[in-house]
Design a binder for this molecule. Structure first.
Ligand code: TRP
Ligand code: ZN
Length: 496
């Protein structure tokens, strides 16, 4: 709103020029998107639709040089806005015109365009940058893992800010073109389809395209020397798998005996969750020391540690299940993490059931019996675990138990209709735990608030007889299902 100024016309005009942007209704976008667990993550004021990243990486020095072209639409009259980023920026342009920029906090790149940007306008942001991502500490760490022959960007929730500027929160999904030049003989792996490679003056450029909405933490980049296998699924999806050339030979064989079953696992999961949502599939196993796997879109990342004791198909099923639960339907807030981990864990139980290595009910009974009532395991509520416990075992195991309880309450027909229907209902979008509860009630026609309160929100072990009514055996002597060791090893890093 303008203030009424009682001054002569000419002076009024000059004052108008001096009025800060906020006085004309234009204001800075929020430095966070509004996630209660991580107030600084993401930003307000705009919505990204596409990232075009043109990168060059030298493994010898860890120097990453890039130009990011970001297509977005303003969601308010914007005088200034932030991107989340950690590398050194040399130039920013908005709609072709140089913009001023500054940094603040751990990862805020504050961009002030030459003129205010009206709400609802498409904008193009170009950011030129360079740096050594493994030197850059944000929140006290780097998510850029060096390998002897390159590097890997894969972490959750923080991964993007070490290699491209973004609106770094799953709520703002976008499509990606990732083009990376690396020295000849080195490869660059990313999400989606490899559309072309070109070679010039000792550098090979890999052009990857991920053409469906993708959360920033699901964008991945791996640079190194890989053995690559390619193929096509029965449905015609291109498959690209990559294994670091440096892996110990026994580990590499076990990795291949697992990751090469990707199409088979996708076929199984399509029967459970409905059609696969993306344009490509695969997986990669770089030579990193980290101990986790991640559901990076279309191309999950697997630590070699999953395969040091032999093959592990459970972890493949887990990360591929996330392509539906996590990637196609993403969390609205990080508090909604059960919508990812509970379902990916339950998919492992369903695979076990199909393989004849223990039914989901047997696994649920076993895990329930493993944790006595005084085990701190029961104090973490999978439906809202808190940032510090976001990836606690309870989110995975009790999270999967909650789904077994749901299955017992509504029966197989409704249960699997819910698992599939939810994917259609929220395809390429975001959702919250509360939305799932309502959806399950709608499909089944049963009141389920109490069931979900018991399994997702109470900081205590669901007691018998309520638990027994849902099929859970309280006895401590429940036998271990044959699939359990592989399933236990498929969990997040803490387990292996
Ligand atoms: N989402 C990953 C999985 O379920 C696990 C995970 C949790 C993770 N935190 C991480 C992976 C940090 C990499 C980095 O498989
Ligand atoms: Zn997971």
């Amino acid at each position: 709103m303008y203030r009424r100024l009682i001054v002569p016309g000419a002076l009024a005009a000059s004052l108008m020029l001096a009025i800060p942007a906020s006085a004309d209704g234009y204001s800075p976008g929020a430095p966070g998107i509004g996630d209660p667990y991580y107030p600084a993550y993401g930003n307000g004021g705009y919505d990204v639709s596409h990232y075009d990243l043109r990168l060059k990486y030298q493994p010898k020095t860890d120097l990453l040089e890039g130009t990011a072209t970001i297509l977005a639409t303003t969601t308010q009259d914007l005088s200034r806005f932030d991107l989340d980023f950690g590398l050194k920026v040399s130039e920013v342009r908005v709609n072709g015109i140089r913009a001023s920029f500054a940094t603040s906090g751990d990862e805020e790149l504050e961009i002030t365009p030459a003129a205010g940007l009206p709400k609802g306008t498409p904008i193009t942001i170009v950011v030129r940058y360079s740096g050594k991502p493994s030197d850059v500490k944000l929140f006290g760490f780097t998510s850029w893992a060096r390998t002897p022959d390159g590097a890997v960007a894969a972490n959750e929730p923080e991964s993007a800010a070490w290699w491209f500027p973004s609106n770094d929160h799953p709520r703002d999904k976008a499509t990606y073109d990732v083009s990376v030049a690396v020295p000849d003989g080195t490869q660059a792996i990313s999400n989606g389809v490899l559309t072309s490679t070109t070679s010039q003056l000792g550098w090979t450029r890999y052009n990857w395209r991920s053409d469906k909405p993708q959360a920033t933490y699901l964008a991945t980049l791996a640079i190194g020397r890989f053995d690559i296998t390619t193929g096509t699924t029965a449905n015609g999806l291109p498959v690209v798998n990559a294994y670091s050339k440096d892996l110990d030979p026994a580990t590499k064989d076990a990795a291949r005996a697992s990751v090469e079953r990707t199409s088979e696992a996708v076929e199984f999961l399509e029967g459970v969750f409905g059609p696969y949502p993306f344009n490509a599939v695969g997986g990669y196993v770089p030579n990193v020391s980290a101990g986790f796997a991640l559901e990076t879109q279309t191309r999950p990342f697997y630590s070699p540690k999953f395969f040091t004791k032999g093959s592990n198909v459970s972890v493949i099923v887990h990360e591929l299940a996330h392509q539906w639960y996590g990637d196609n339907v993403s969390v609205h807030n990080w508090a909604d993490i059960w919508l990812n981990e509970g379902f990916a864990s339950y998919a492992e139980w369903l695979w076990s059931e199909k393989e004849g290595e223990g039914t989901a009910q047997e696994l649920a009974d076993y895990v329930y019996a493993q944790h006595p009532a005084d085990d701190p395991f029961w104090t973490v509520a999978p439906g809202d675990p808190g940032a510090a416990h976001q990836f606690d075992d309870a989110v995975y195991d009790r999270g999967a138990m909650a789904l077994q309880a749901l299955r017992n309450a509504v029966g197989d027909d409704d249960f699997f209709a819910i698992l599939k229907g939810w994917q259609k209902e929220h395809a390429y979008g975001n959702a919250q735990v509360g939305d799932f509860v309502k959806y399950a009630e709608r499909v089944s026609g049963k009141p389920l608030a109490d069931l979900f309160d018991t399994w997702l929100y109470q900081p205590s072990r669901p007691a018998s007889p309520a638990a027994e009514a849902l099929g859970f055996k309280a006895a401590r002597s429940v036998p271990q299902p044959r699939s359990w060791p592989a399933i236990a090893r498929a969990h997040s890093g803490s387990r292996i």
